[in-house]
Design a binder for this molecule. Structure first.
Ligand code: UT7
Length: 331
């Protein structure tokens, strides 16, 4: 009997309506469109407005988009994973609420957090459940309301992040398609350079913390940048070498959208042509767990069955890696 692989068989997405442009940011912090554009490639990002609307709002809408496009019965979904660094609340998972709201009442659910690598690592987890034969329909959602942990007085951080969500469905296939290989790594010594410190069990929130924005994300951009460039490119090279792939075998690079310069450096390292590099950072910024599925959604109509996709991500933790996946359908 041929091997069971885990294929992505549907994609959905949601971004909020409100557009935060570089020009608006110019009125909020000491920055300018030219600096942001040349240093990051970002022109605008989406922000979720409205009281009580959290990451689940984004996740639910992305999942509903997928369900409508694919025409599946939500009751057939067996597992819902929400990859996120900004869950609705500390306890009571975002995934459980999301699953109930979309009618996935036969599913078990959990959240996964590996910062900007949450979705990449989530692909590995979702695929493992399918490959084991235990489940046949796994919904993986990458969703983050980054604006909930951004200090809009910190120009080094607030210009980068945005809100959004994307969802993919994993199903088994006996064809040689779907997730082929992965190279995933973590290094906890990197956490001092990128973190949202307070609110966790080691660092309770106090009135002083709130006043100083300590509950928000902080990064030492230059150190994160250097590590991201090195590790994303290194993981990508490793996955190509391990699978005997040359750059000509690669149809698409699906790289985490944190900074256009990091994505370009990864593509340059494997000498990949620009037209094979998925890019939407200019319109969404860094949506953390949502960047990879938002790319798949934007490029879905250009993807062909059998295409070789190389995913790459790097983020807080540090967590990073690369995944090789063969696209499973023509849309
Ligand atoms: O998703 C995964 C996690 N995050 C990342 O991967 C982000 C990685 N880091 C980066 O993308 C970049 O480091 C940033 C975009 C955050 C910063 O770009 P940079 O080229 O590394 O700038 P820098 O931090 O070295 O700062 C250069 C200068 C500084 O001024 P001086 O010291 O040279 O006078 C900063 O104060 O730019 C200044 N600066 C700004 N100027 C205008 C920093 N932020 C801004 C800003 N507008 N928003």
């Amino acid at each position: 009997m041929s091997k069971t692989s885990a294929a992505i068989t549907a994609v959905g997405a949601y971004v909020p309506e409100y557009v935060l442009t570089n020009q608006i940011l110019e009125t909020m912090v000491d920055t300018n469109d030219e600096w942001i554009t040349t240093r990051t490639g970002i022109k605008e990002r989406r922000i979720l407005k409205g009281e009580g609307k959290g990451t689940s709002f984004l996740a639910i809408n992305a999942a509903k988009d997928l369900i409508k496009k694919r025409g599946i019965d939500p009751k057939d979904i067996e597992l819902v994973i929400v990859a996120t660094a900004t869950p609705d609340m500390k306890a009571a998972s975002t995934a459980a609420f999301t699953a109930s709201e979309i009618g996935a009442t036969n599913a078990f659910t959990f959240d996964m957090d590996a910062a900007c690598s949450s979705f990449l690592f989530g692909m590995s987890v979702a695929a493992s459940y399918i490959e084991s034969g235990r489940y046949k329909n796994v919904l993986l959602i990458g969703a983050d309301k980054m604006s909930s942990i951004i200090n809009y007085k910190d120009r080094a951080t607030c210009i980068i992040f945005g809100d959004g969500a994307g969802a993919v469905l994993f199903e088994p296939t006996q064809e040689n398609l779907g997730l082929q290989d992965e190279y995933l790594r973590s290094d906890g010594t990197g956490r001092e350079f990128l973190q949202a410190t307070y609110g966790g069990s080691s660092y309770p929130i106090t009135p002083e913390v709130l006043e100083n924005g300590g509950h928000c994300a902080f990064q030492e951009g230059r150190t994160v940048f250097k590590n991201a460039v090195f590790n994303m490119a290194d993981a990508t090279v490793k996955i190509l070498e391990r699978n005997n792939l040359s750059k000509d075998d690669v149809n698409w690079l699906v790289a985490h959208q944190a900074n256009k310069r990091i994505i370009d450096a990864t593509a340059n390292r494997i000498e990949l042509e620009q037209e094979k590099v998925m890019m939407n950072i200019h319109k969404y910024g860094n949506t953390t767990s949502a960047t990879l599925p938002l790319l798949l959604n934007d490029y879905e109509s250009q993807l062909k069955k059998g295409d070789n996709l190389i995913f790459a991500a790097f983020g807080g933790g540090f967590n990073w890696g690369s995944i090789y996946l063969k696209w499973a359908y023509n849309s």
